[in-house]
Design a protein around this ligand. Structure first.
Ligand code: ADP
Length: 161
């Protein structure tokens, strides 16, 4: 059985992430979306919220599981018996960092490969931070986020009552 890990911060999960999750679920028998727990980025959403949001968008993909992790990604992959790490590539700006990380992971865990899926062109510009910025200024989120996720993001930026 082939298992892949798709790791990230997913703060929050976007339609671009979903596109990668859905495509991975057609390539692998089992896909585990790994939510990075102690992201240095001080996330807007808690680990639990991020996990639940991905579970919501992936609810119709039976071979996709969502788990939080911390520590080394390759250790998490080993625990889950995954042989592949999936990452999404949007533009050349992603490339240098992604290449470095893939090479480092390969030194630590030669049995695990990194597979890059190029973004759906529709979402090439899209990142969680862009979506949050649009939300902060009250913009329309339907092109970036699942409707349910969009309302959760809007609620985070709504003025306190
Ligand atoms: P990280 O902090 O690990 O970069 P992100 O949640 O920002 O976590 O992204 C997780 C993965 O999804 C990364 O491989 C990233 O390149 C990819 N990704 C992010 N946005 C998109 C998108 N719009 N299309 C395709 N892949 C994307």
């Amino acid at each position: 059985m082939s298992t892949a890990i798709y790791p990230g911060s997913f703060d929050p999960v976007t339609l671009g992430h979903y596109d990668i999750i859905e495509r991975s679920s057609r390539i692998f028998d089992r896909v585990i979306v790994g939510v990075l727990r102690n992201s240095a980025k001080s996330p807007l959403f808690s680990e639990e919220e991020r996990v639940n949001m991905i579970r919501h968008v992936a609810r119709n993909l039976p071979n996709v599981e969502v788990k939080a992790f911390d520590g080394l990604l390759v250790e998490f992959a080993r625990e889950e018996k995954a042989s592949v790490i999936v990452r999404g590539l949007r533009a050349v700006t992603d490339f240098e960092y992604e290449l470095q990380m893939a090479q480092m992971n390969r030194v630590i865990a030669p049995e695990i490969d990194t597979l890059f899926l190029t973004t759906n062109l529709k979402y090439a510009y899209l990142s969680s931070s862009m979506a949050k910025e649009v939300a902060m200024y009250g913009g329309k989120l339907s092109a970036f986020l699942d409707p349910e996720i969009a309302s959760l993001v809007r609620a985070k930026f709504a003025p306190e009552k």
